[in-house]
Design a protein around this ligand. Structure first.
Ligand code: FMN
Length: 338
């Protein structure tokens, strides 16, 4: 709904939190660690969410998992996402993530990955709405901060349970629902069906956040306005292109969307991202994780395909950064010569 010409949308209210702009970075496992979230936040995000965290791994005190829930205070507010199928383990995990700085606890009923669904977690919970409700009630009772939930449409096309599960969420005291408008069986095939998101918005009173395939600022605003959702969540399209976030934030604040940076300025930011990840994770963990990011930041650079192949084979951070810096120098000197 258009709030006014100069301010086309309102803050997203999740319990006592007023989130502005109503623009959220999607949780992405293996991608949205705290360094990445802190780097992307200033582009104009109102809220960031951790990668999903296994409640069972927290129960057993896994060191890597504890790292994932440790907030360093650069993001406010921040939501920590949990997955699991056991209500009491989820409640215990919720208390722990709250102690570690979560302002919101988000429950994952959306992950379609077999390693998660084979233990009845993530989207597999949608096969049992009663179990979803027990989990939500247990988590809401465990913490003094808002609890939200993110889900898909259902397990499969013939079991679209999203309205039922969202109504149960509302009754259980969940304060907002995010819908990625695909079924679990679809994984990422086909396209997200925003008609379902609009339907969910009409069906419940708590805030609805729409998610799926938003890869252009004007499209995102149209989707938000036609579905009537209270907020939108962006995932894959921000990778290698956090400037999309700024463009949408511009439109949300009633300004024209700023132009995208030049390909070489994108690469300059890629270097900042790379260095931050090496500082946080150390070279051995950062180099493989950053390959996919650099590949995306290279979009629009002449010879990008060959550069991607080269970077995939490099094992060292300095060597990778040398390639990126040489590329900036080459592209800029070619532009000057032209
Ligand atoms: C690499 C990757 C990891 C993801 N990990 C999570 C996750 O941990 N928790 C979650 O709720 N969704 C996860 N998702 C789903 C996204 O949050 C989002 O719902 C989905 O990508 C659709 O949004 P998009 O079209 O804007 O990317 C992941 C998606 C990707 C591509």
């Amino acid at each position: 709904m258009l709030v006014s010409e100069s301010m086309p949308c309102a803050p997203l209210k999740i319990g006592p939190l007023h989130i502005w702009p109503p623009l959220i970075l999607a949780p992405m496992s293996g991608v949205t660690n705290r360094t990445m979230r802190a780097l992307y936040r200033p582009f104009g995000l109102g809220l960031t969410v951790t990668e999903f965290v296994s409640s069972n791994a927290l129960k057993y005190g896994s060191r890597r998992t504890m790292e994932m829930i440790d907030q360093h205070g650069l993001e406010k507010p921040v939501s920590t996402q949990l997955w699991g199928d056991d209500p009491s383990t989820m409640a215990m995990a919720a208390r722990l993530v709250r102690e570690c700085g979560a302002d919101i606890v988000d429950i994952n009923f959306g992950c379609p990955a077999p390693k998660v669904t084979k233990t009845n977690g993530g989207s597999a919970c949608l096969r049992d709405p009663d179990r979803c409700e027990e989990i939500m009630r247990a988590v809401v009772a465990a913490v003094d901060v808002p609890v939200t939930m993110k889900m898909r449409l259902g397990w499969s096309e013939d079991a679209l349970v999203y309205v039922d599960v969202a109504r149960r969420a509302q009754c259980a005291g969940v304060q907002a629902v995010t819908l990625h408008a695909r079924t679990a069986k679809q994984f990422y095939r086909g396209s997200a069906d925003w008609e379902h998101i609009a339907r969910l918005k009409r069906a419940i009173d708590i805030p609805v956040i729409g998610n799926g395939d938003l890869d252009d600022a004007h499209l995102a605003m149209r989707r938000m306005q036609t579905s009537g959702v209270d907020g939108i969540m962006l995932g894959r399209a921000t990778l290698g292109n956090p400037w999309l976030i700024s463009q949408i934030a511009d439109l949300m604040e009633g300004r024209e969307a700023r132009p995208l940076p030049s390909p070489t300025d994108r690469l300059r930011f890629a270097i900042v991202h790379y260095r931050a990840m090496v500082d946080e994770l150390g070279e051995a963990r950062a180099v493989p994780q950053m390959r996919k990011h650099i590949a995306l930041y290279l979009k629009g650079i002449p010879g990008a395909a060959m550069l991607r192949e080269r970077i995939m084979r490099i094992e060292g951070a300095n060597e990778t950064l040398d390639v990126v810096e040489e590329t900036i120098a080459r592209v800029e000197s070619q532009a000057l010569a032209a």
